[in-house]
Design a protein around this ligand. Structure first.
Ligand SMILES: C[S@@+](CC[C@H](N)C(=O)[O-])C[C@H]1O[C@@H](n2cnc3c(N)ncnc32)[C@H](O)[C@@H]1O
Length: 410
């Protein structure tokens, strides 16, 4: 179909698209090369064909799922480097191995009570898995099995390569899964996974709720927004369950996150789910002042809110509504054992004691101190990032939540 075959993204050499200046975020950054632009165009064409196949309108959740995970083309599914200084964003495990060492302390406690297994969801570069397993080896508490469930085939390969390069002796305990196993025990871990799940966009206007989706512009050459009245279904139910937002109010609803919690809960015997992510309790998430939601894109350490720009080259993410996660857990028969800030969690797990093991004044100490500040400072990751623990069976109060419990805010 010519309109779809011709779809282009701003930035492509020779692009003469109307309105493309509006798509391009107004900031300086390294321009992608021709191969990257061709890659993005191919993904845009795939999305355009899906819009056509769906009758001309695609939910934003479907757009986001394709932009991030379309096999071989989506942001997480394809080859470019994403994590760390040379990528698009930095996550806590990439900042310092002390993050993984704190999680190892928590893992030892959970494994002692629940069983010797760890499942990591969305392991990214594999950095957390490698550092966590090394610390558990050092402590003499290696799990029988460290399973990784990773939707991206490309990232799976990178995770395996990192183990081969840095900890080949541990590879026989690492198992990459194609789906959730029938039963789970021990610790299930997800750092910055919930924020990468596709979200629906909902707009409240004139006392009614609309779903914001994606269409092709009249020229057929660009993506554009189109709102549809929400008539029935799970998204309307979820929207109706929220505190009444103001008029002309746009936000996100993630249906995938509660579905994931339910799937994990069904399979969990004795064990604990631990999610770490940026987000808020519901009252703060859907605060009247947050009129444009939390949707955000990342490219080469720049943040902007234009999710149609260079699909496939740009990360798309939304903050987490932790009340939604807690409600899903309770509904699925789990206990919410703790909810706190990342700063409290890491300090409770001995972050400063581990930093103190380094020689004061050494280069390593100075470097790690700076990274620790990023993890715990309120103006950096310390307060925006939260940790929630959901458990089934007889699980003792986890050490990470001993002080600073914020469950009353959920
Ligand atoms: C923002 S990255 C975080 C990576 C890593 N945990 C870290 O902290 O650096 C999100 C990760 O979740 C993965 N992912 C997204 N949805 C997933 C799902 N439903 N199941 C498993 N992994 C998923 C992505 O492929 C990616 O590895």
């Amino acid at each position: 179909m010519p309109a779809q075959a011709g779809i282009q993204c701003f930035g492509e050499p020779g692009s003469r698209l109307r309105g493309s200046d509006e798509m391009r975020p107004d900031m300086d950054w390294p321009e992608p090369g021709p191969d990257a632009l061709t890659h993005s165009r191919r993904l845009a064409e795939l999305i355009a064909s899906r819009i056509a196949a769906a009758g001309g309108w695609l939910s934003f959740a479907d757009y986001m799922a394709l932009a991030l995970y379309a096999p071989g083309l989506g942001y997480y599914a394809a080859g470019a480097r994403k994590f760390g200084a040379a990528g698009d964003f930095v996550t806590a495990p990439e900042l310092t191995p002390l993050f993984a060492r704190c999680l190892a302390a928590q893992a030892v406690e959970v494994m002692a009570a629940c069983g010797d297994e760890i499942l990591e969801l969305g392991a990214g570069s594999g950095r957390l898995a490698v550092d966590l397993m090394r610390e558990l080896e050092r402590l003499g508490r290696l799990p029988e099995r460290y399973a990784i469930l990773e939707v991206s085939a490309d990232l799976r390969q990178r995770q395996r390569a990192l183990f081969e390069a840095e900890a080949p002796e541990l590879l026989d305990r690492i198992h990459w899964l194609d789906g959730l196993p029938d039963t789970l025990v021990g610790l299930v871990l997800g750092n910055e996974v919930l924020d990468a799940l596709p979200v629906h966009l909902v707009r409240w206007q004139g006392g009614q709720a609309f779903e914001r989706g994606v269409v092709l512009s009249e020229s057929g050459l660009e993506f554009a927004w189109a709102d549809r009245l929400l008539a029935t279904g799970p998204l309307l139910d979820a929207a109706n369950g929220l505190p009444a937002p103001g008029d002309d109010y746009l936000s996100e609803i993630c249906l995938a996150a509660p579905a994931l919690v339910h799937s994990l809960a069904e399979r969990l015997g004795q064990g604990m789910l631990l999610f770490i992510d940026y987000g808020f309790p519901r009252a703060e998430y859907y605060h009247p002042d947050r009129r444009e939601g939390t949707l955000m894109c990342h490219y080469r350490h720049r943040s902007f809110d234009a999710p149609f720009y260079l699909p496939g080259l740009v990360d798309i993410t939304a903050h987490v509504d932790f009340t939604l996660i807690a409600d899903a857990a309770l509904d699925a028969g789990l206990d919410v054992l703790g909810y706190t800030s990342q700063a409290h969690f890491l300090l409770n797990c001995g972050l400063l004691e581990r930093l103190g093991e380094l020689e004061p004044g050494s280069t390593a100490y100075i470097k790690q101190t700076a990274q620790v500040q990023k993890l715990i400072q309120p103006t950096e990751m310390g307060e925006l990032f939260k940790v929630i623990a959901l458990a089934k069976g007889d699980v003792p109060l986890p050490m990470g939540f001993a002080r600073g419990d914020k469950r009353h805010t959920l």
